[in-house]
Design a binder for this molecule. Structure first.
Ligand SMILES: [Zn+2]
Length: 352
Protein backbone atom coordinates (compact mmCIF):
# COMPACT_ATOMS: atom_id res chain seq x y z
CA UNK A 1 0.00 0.00 0.00
CA UNK A 2 1.42 3.36 -0.97
CA UNK A 3 -0.77 5.90 0.75
CA UNK A 4 1.78 7.13 3.23
CA UNK A 5 2.20 10.87 3.46
CA UNK A 6 5.57 12.40 2.68
CA UNK A 7 7.14 13.33 6.02
CA UNK A 8 10.36 15.02 6.93
CA UNK A 9 12.46 14.22 9.97
CA UNK A 10 12.57 17.81 11.22
CA UNK A 11 11.70 18.41 14.89
CA UNK A 12 11.79 14.67 15.39
CA UNK A 13 13.95 15.25 18.42
CA UNK A 14 11.17 17.19 20.14
CA UNK A 15 8.72 14.33 19.53
CA UNK A 16 11.22 11.71 20.63
CA UNK A 17 11.87 13.53 23.90
CA UNK A 18 8.19 13.84 24.79
CA UNK A 19 7.29 11.24 27.42
CA UNK A 20 4.52 9.19 25.83
CA UNK A 21 2.04 6.41 26.55
CA UNK A 22 0.51 4.19 23.92
CA UNK A 23 -3.04 2.98 24.60
CA UNK A 24 -4.17 1.22 21.44
CA UNK A 25 -1.63 -1.37 20.43
CA UNK A 26 -2.14 -5.02 19.54
CA UNK A 27 0.69 -7.31 20.61
CA UNK A 28 0.27 -9.41 17.48
CA UNK A 29 0.63 -6.29 15.30
CA UNK A 30 4.06 -5.49 16.75
CA UNK A 31 5.70 -8.60 15.30
CA UNK A 32 8.23 -7.33 12.76
CA UNK A 33 9.38 -9.29 9.69
CA UNK A 34 12.61 -10.36 11.39
CA UNK A 35 10.67 -11.83 14.30
CA UNK A 36 8.09 -13.44 12.02
CA UNK A 37 10.90 -15.17 10.14
CA UNK A 38 12.31 -16.36 13.46
CA UNK A 39 8.93 -17.66 14.62
CA UNK A 40 8.43 -19.46 11.31
CA UNK A 41 11.72 -21.30 11.84
CA UNK A 42 10.55 -22.32 15.30
CA UNK A 43 7.35 -23.79 13.86
CA UNK A 44 8.09 -25.36 10.48
CA UNK A 45 4.97 -27.53 10.60
CA UNK A 46 1.31 -26.71 9.97
CA UNK A 47 -0.88 -26.26 13.02
CA UNK A 48 -2.73 -29.49 13.76
CA UNK A 49 -6.09 -29.27 12.01
CA UNK A 50 -7.93 -29.37 15.34
CA UNK A 51 -6.14 -26.18 16.30
CA UNK A 52 -6.40 -24.58 12.92
CA UNK A 53 -9.74 -23.02 12.22
CA UNK A 54 -8.35 -20.66 9.62
CA UNK A 55 -9.67 -21.61 6.22
CA UNK A 56 -7.31 -21.90 3.24
CA UNK A 57 -4.18 -21.25 5.21
CA UNK A 58 -1.88 -22.66 2.56
CA UNK A 59 1.25 -21.14 4.09
CA UNK A 60 0.70 -22.79 7.50
CA UNK A 61 4.06 -24.25 8.48
CA UNK A 62 5.95 -22.36 5.78
CA UNK A 63 9.38 -21.09 6.80
CA UNK A 64 9.89 -17.45 5.80
CA UNK A 65 13.18 -15.76 5.11
CA UNK A 66 13.28 -12.22 6.47
CA UNK A 67 12.87 -10.97 2.91
CA UNK A 68 9.80 -13.13 2.34
CA UNK A 69 8.31 -11.97 5.64
CA UNK A 70 8.91 -8.39 4.52
CA UNK A 71 7.14 -9.08 1.23
CA UNK A 72 4.16 -10.51 3.12
CA UNK A 73 3.79 -7.13 4.85
CA UNK A 74 3.67 -5.29 1.52
CA UNK A 75 0.03 -6.07 0.90
CA UNK A 76 -2.20 -4.24 -1.55
CA UNK A 77 -5.54 -4.38 0.27
CA UNK A 78 -7.31 -5.27 3.50
CA UNK A 79 -7.40 -8.98 2.65
CA UNK A 80 -3.64 -8.90 2.32
CA UNK A 81 -3.40 -7.35 5.77
CA UNK A 82 -5.59 -10.12 7.20
CA UNK A 83 -3.30 -12.73 5.62
CA UNK A 84 -0.27 -11.16 7.23
CA UNK A 85 -2.04 -10.95 10.58
CA UNK A 86 -3.02 -14.61 10.36
CA UNK A 87 0.49 -15.63 9.34
CA UNK A 88 1.70 -14.05 12.59
CA UNK A 89 -0.98 -15.34 14.97
CA UNK A 90 -0.66 -18.81 13.48
CA UNK A 91 3.00 -18.86 14.58
CA UNK A 92 2.41 -17.62 18.11
CA UNK A 93 2.11 -21.10 19.58
CA UNK A 94 4.15 -21.33 22.76
CA UNK A 95 4.83 -19.38 25.94
CA UNK A 96 8.35 -18.67 24.59
CA UNK A 97 6.87 -17.08 21.47
CA UNK A 98 4.72 -14.75 23.55
CA UNK A 99 7.65 -13.90 25.78
CA UNK A 100 9.81 -13.03 22.76
CA UNK A 101 7.29 -10.78 21.03
CA UNK A 102 6.32 -9.01 24.26
CA UNK A 103 9.91 -8.24 25.13
CA UNK A 104 10.75 -7.02 21.62
CA UNK A 105 7.63 -4.83 21.55
CA UNK A 106 8.69 -3.15 24.79
CA UNK A 107 12.21 -2.62 23.48
CA UNK A 108 10.82 -0.82 20.42
CA UNK A 109 8.43 1.26 22.54
CA UNK A 110 11.10 2.36 24.96
CA UNK A 111 13.34 3.44 22.07
CA UNK A 112 10.59 5.96 21.21
CA UNK A 113 10.39 7.17 24.82
CA UNK A 114 7.08 5.40 25.42
CA UNK A 115 7.01 5.02 29.19
CA UNK A 116 3.68 3.26 29.58
CA UNK A 117 1.68 0.99 27.27
CA UNK A 118 -1.74 -0.63 27.45
CA UNK A 119 -1.56 -3.56 25.10
CA UNK A 120 -4.33 -5.65 23.58
CA UNK A 121 -3.60 -9.35 23.61
CA UNK A 122 -6.00 -11.38 21.51
CA UNK A 123 -7.25 -14.00 23.92
CA UNK A 124 -10.18 -14.34 21.53
CA UNK A 125 -8.03 -15.60 18.63
CA UNK A 126 -6.18 -18.10 20.85
CA UNK A 127 -9.42 -19.56 22.21
CA UNK A 128 -11.04 -19.67 18.81
CA UNK A 129 -8.08 -21.72 17.57
CA UNK A 130 -8.76 -24.22 20.35
CA UNK A 131 -5.57 -23.44 22.27
CA UNK A 132 -5.43 -22.89 25.98
CA UNK A 133 -4.76 -19.23 26.69
CA UNK A 134 -3.40 -19.37 30.26
CA UNK A 135 0.02 -20.96 29.53
CA UNK A 136 0.61 -18.59 26.61
CA UNK A 137 -0.25 -15.62 28.78
CA UNK A 138 2.35 -16.82 31.30
CA UNK A 139 4.95 -16.36 28.56
CA UNK A 140 3.69 -12.86 27.75
CA UNK A 141 3.88 -12.06 31.46
CA UNK A 142 7.51 -13.20 31.61
CA UNK A 143 8.23 -10.91 28.69
CA UNK A 144 6.47 -8.02 30.43
CA UNK A 145 8.34 -8.47 33.69
CA UNK A 146 11.70 -8.66 31.94
CA UNK A 147 10.79 -5.67 29.79
CA UNK A 148 9.68 -3.55 32.75
CA UNK A 149 12.91 -4.33 34.54
CA UNK A 150 15.24 -3.86 31.58
CA UNK A 151 13.58 -0.80 30.02
CA UNK A 152 12.09 0.97 33.03
CA UNK A 153 8.57 1.25 31.67
CA UNK A 154 5.12 0.01 32.69
CA UNK A 155 2.72 -2.18 30.77
CA UNK A 156 -0.92 -3.13 31.32
CA UNK A 157 -2.77 -5.83 29.40
CA UNK A 158 -6.19 -5.48 27.83
CA UNK A 159 -7.74 -8.82 26.88
CA UNK A 160 -9.28 -8.52 23.47
CA UNK A 161 -12.26 -10.45 22.15
CA UNK A 162 -13.20 -10.74 18.49
CA UNK A 163 -16.79 -9.49 18.18
CA UNK A 164 -17.77 -11.59 15.17
CA UNK A 165 -16.81 -14.78 17.06
CA UNK A 166 -19.89 -14.13 19.17
CA UNK A 167 -21.00 -13.31 22.68
CA UNK A 168 -20.05 -16.64 24.26
CA UNK A 169 -16.44 -16.36 23.07
CA UNK A 170 -16.31 -12.80 24.41
CA UNK A 171 -17.62 -14.01 27.73
CA UNK A 172 -14.76 -16.52 27.95
CA UNK A 173 -12.25 -13.76 27.25
CA UNK A 174 -13.72 -11.70 30.10
CA UNK A 175 -13.53 -14.69 32.42
CA UNK A 176 -9.81 -15.03 31.62
CA UNK A 177 -9.31 -11.33 32.28
CA UNK A 178 -10.99 -11.65 35.67
CA UNK A 179 -8.87 -14.68 36.44
CA UNK A 180 -5.63 -12.82 35.67
CA UNK A 181 -6.63 -9.44 37.08
CA UNK A 182 -3.74 -9.46 39.53
CA UNK A 183 -1.29 -9.88 36.66
CA UNK A 184 -1.50 -6.37 35.21
CA UNK A 185 -4.71 -7.10 33.30
CA UNK A 186 -6.52 -3.80 33.52
CA UNK A 187 -9.41 -4.15 31.10
CA UNK A 188 -11.17 -5.73 28.16
CA UNK A 189 -11.82 -4.71 24.58
CA UNK A 190 -13.64 -5.92 21.50
CA UNK A 191 -12.32 -5.59 17.99
CA UNK A 192 -13.20 -7.28 14.72
CA UNK A 193 -15.94 -6.60 12.23
CA UNK A 194 -18.42 -4.02 13.54
CA UNK A 195 -20.77 -4.64 10.64
CA UNK A 196 -21.29 -8.21 11.76
CA UNK A 197 -21.67 -7.64 15.52
CA UNK A 198 -22.75 -4.32 17.05
CA UNK A 199 -21.81 -3.28 20.60
CA UNK A 200 -25.32 -3.82 22.04
CA UNK A 201 -24.87 -7.62 21.80
CA UNK A 202 -22.14 -7.47 24.44
CA UNK A 203 -24.02 -5.51 27.11
CA UNK A 204 -24.04 -8.29 29.71
CA UNK A 205 -20.47 -9.33 29.00
CA UNK A 206 -19.30 -5.77 29.61
CA UNK A 207 -21.44 -5.40 32.70
CA UNK A 208 -19.87 -8.56 34.09
CA UNK A 209 -16.36 -7.20 33.42
CA UNK A 210 -17.19 -3.88 35.08
CA UNK A 211 -18.55 -5.63 38.16
CA UNK A 212 -15.13 -7.23 38.54
CA UNK A 213 -13.36 -3.90 38.36
CA UNK A 214 -12.10 -4.19 34.79
CA UNK A 215 -11.90 -1.08 32.62
CA UNK A 216 -13.76 -1.00 29.33
CA UNK A 217 -12.65 -0.05 25.87
CA UNK A 218 -14.45 -0.71 22.61
CA UNK A 219 -13.35 -0.49 18.98
CA UNK A 220 -16.21 1.64 17.66
CA UNK A 221 -16.86 3.87 14.68
CA UNK A 222 -13.97 2.35 12.73
CA UNK A 223 -15.81 0.69 9.86
CA UNK A 224 -19.33 1.92 10.63
CA UNK A 225 -20.82 5.24 11.66
CA UNK A 226 -21.47 7.23 14.81
CA UNK A 227 -24.36 5.03 15.98
CA UNK A 228 -21.85 2.31 16.87
CA UNK A 229 -20.04 4.79 19.14
CA UNK A 230 -23.29 5.86 20.78
CA UNK A 231 -24.04 2.21 21.44
CA UNK A 232 -20.57 1.61 22.92
CA UNK A 233 -21.22 4.50 25.32
CA UNK A 234 -24.85 3.77 26.11
CA UNK A 235 -24.94 -0.03 26.10
CA UNK A 236 -21.38 -0.90 27.14
CA UNK A 237 -20.50 2.15 29.26
CA UNK A 238 -17.13 2.34 27.50
CA UNK A 239 -14.38 4.21 29.37
CA UNK A 240 -12.51 4.81 26.11
CA UNK A 241 -13.40 4.62 22.42
CA UNK A 242 -11.03 2.82 20.07
CA UNK A 243 -10.66 4.57 16.67
CA UNK A 244 -13.82 6.72 16.81
CA UNK A 245 -13.17 7.64 13.20
CA UNK A 246 -16.82 8.61 12.73
CA UNK A 247 -17.13 10.78 15.85
CA UNK A 248 -16.84 13.91 13.74
CA UNK A 249 -19.89 12.97 11.62
CA UNK A 250 -22.15 13.71 14.56
CA UNK A 251 -21.82 17.15 16.26
CA UNK A 252 -23.85 15.98 19.24
CA UNK A 253 -21.51 13.03 19.80
CA UNK A 254 -18.46 15.24 19.43
CA UNK A 255 -19.85 17.56 22.08
CA UNK A 256 -20.80 14.65 24.37
CA UNK A 257 -17.31 13.08 24.28
CA UNK A 258 -15.65 16.42 24.95
CA UNK A 259 -17.96 17.27 27.82
CA UNK A 260 -17.71 13.84 29.48
CA UNK A 261 -13.94 13.70 28.91
CA UNK A 262 -14.20 10.29 27.25
CA UNK A 263 -10.89 9.67 25.49
CA UNK A 264 -10.59 8.52 21.89
CA UNK A 265 -7.75 6.21 20.86
CA UNK A 266 -6.99 7.69 17.44
CA UNK A 267 -5.01 5.51 14.97
CA UNK A 268 -4.43 7.63 11.85
CA UNK A 269 -2.20 5.39 9.73
CA UNK A 270 -4.22 2.30 10.59
CA UNK A 271 -7.42 3.99 9.38
CA UNK A 272 -5.76 4.91 6.09
CA UNK A 273 -4.13 1.50 5.59
CA UNK A 274 -7.37 -0.40 6.16
CA UNK A 275 -9.20 1.93 3.80
CA UNK A 276 -11.57 3.17 6.53
CA UNK A 277 -10.25 6.65 5.79
CA UNK A 278 -9.64 7.34 2.08
CA UNK A 279 -6.66 9.67 2.39
CA UNK A 280 -4.67 10.82 5.39
CA UNK A 281 -5.66 14.49 4.95
CA UNK A 282 -9.31 13.56 5.46
CA UNK A 283 -8.72 12.09 8.90
CA UNK A 284 -10.81 13.91 11.54
CA UNK A 285 -8.05 14.02 14.20
CA UNK A 286 -7.86 17.83 14.01
CA UNK A 287 -11.62 18.24 14.29
CA UNK A 288 -11.74 16.04 17.39
CA UNK A 289 -8.87 17.83 19.04
CA UNK A 290 -10.24 21.31 18.29
CA UNK A 291 -13.64 20.29 19.66
CA UNK A 292 -11.98 19.54 22.99
CA UNK A 293 -12.08 15.74 22.79
CA UNK A 294 -9.33 14.00 24.76
CA UNK A 295 -7.44 12.69 21.73
CA UNK A 296 -4.57 10.21 22.07
CA UNK A 297 -2.34 9.06 19.20
CA UNK A 298 -1.75 5.34 18.69
CA UNK A 299 -0.45 2.86 16.12
CA UNK A 300 -2.85 -0.13 16.36
CA UNK A 301 -0.63 -2.65 14.48
CA UNK A 302 2.56 -0.66 13.94
CA UNK A 303 4.73 -3.20 12.16
CA UNK A 304 1.97 -4.29 9.83
CA UNK A 305 1.07 -0.70 9.02
CA UNK A 306 4.71 0.40 8.61
CA UNK A 307 4.48 3.00 11.32
CA UNK A 308 5.40 3.72 14.91
CA UNK A 309 4.31 6.24 17.50
CA UNK A 310 6.94 8.83 16.55
CA UNK A 311 5.66 8.74 13.01
CA UNK A 312 2.04 9.26 14.16
CA UNK A 313 3.12 12.39 16.04
CA UNK A 314 4.98 13.57 12.94
CA UNK A 315 1.81 13.08 10.89
CA UNK A 316 -0.10 15.21 13.41
CA UNK A 317 2.59 17.84 13.15
CA UNK A 318 3.21 17.88 9.42
CA UNK A 319 -0.15 16.91 7.93
CA UNK A 320 -2.47 18.47 10.53
CA UNK A 321 -0.31 21.35 11.71
CA UNK A 322 -0.17 20.49 15.41
CA UNK A 323 2.17 22.94 17.16
CA UNK A 324 4.71 21.81 19.73
CA UNK A 325 2.33 22.89 22.49
CA UNK A 326 -0.42 20.82 20.93
CA UNK A 327 1.84 17.79 20.49
CA UNK A 328 2.75 18.09 24.16
CA UNK A 329 -0.96 18.14 24.97
CA UNK A 330 -1.45 14.94 22.97
CA UNK A 331 1.37 13.28 24.89
CA UNK A 332 -0.12 14.44 28.21
CA UNK A 333 -3.50 13.11 27.10
CA UNK A 334 -1.95 9.69 26.59
CA UNK A 335 -1.24 9.50 30.34
CA UNK A 336 -4.49 11.19 31.40
CA UNK A 337 -6.53 8.74 29.32
CA UNK A 338 -4.61 5.70 30.58
CA UNK A 339 -5.99 3.25 33.11
CA UNK A 340 -3.13 4.03 35.50
CA UNK A 341 -4.05 4.97 39.08
CA UNK A 342 -4.22 8.72 39.72
CA UNK A 343 -0.93 8.92 41.61
CA UNK A 344 0.90 7.14 38.77
CA UNK A 345 -0.64 9.53 36.26
CA UNK A 346 0.57 12.48 38.32
CA UNK A 347 4.04 10.96 38.45
CA UNK A 348 4.20 10.65 34.65
CA UNK A 349 2.64 14.06 34.05
CA UNK A 350 5.24 15.64 36.35
CA UNK A 351 7.87 14.70 33.75
CA UNK A 352 6.58 17.36 31.35
ZN1 LIG B 1 -7.25 -2.07 17.17
Amino acid sequence: MTKSPHLTDSANDFILKLPKAELHLHLEGTVDPLTLAELSRRHPTPLPSTNNRYKNLEDSGRVFSEEEARALYEYKNFTGFLWAFKAVTERLRTAEDYELVTYRMMQKLRAQNVLHAEVYISAGVVQWRGQEFAPLFEGAERGRQRGERDFGMSLYWIFDAVRHFGVEEARRVVDEAIRFKQRNVVGIGIGGDERRAGPELFREVYEHAAQHGLRLTVHAGETVGAESIWSALRDLKADRIGHGLHVADDPELLHYLAEKRIPVEVCITSNVMTGCCAVVGEHPVRKLFDAGVQVTLNTDDPDMFHTNLLREYRIAQQVFGFSEDELRELAKNSFRASFLPEEKKREYLAKF
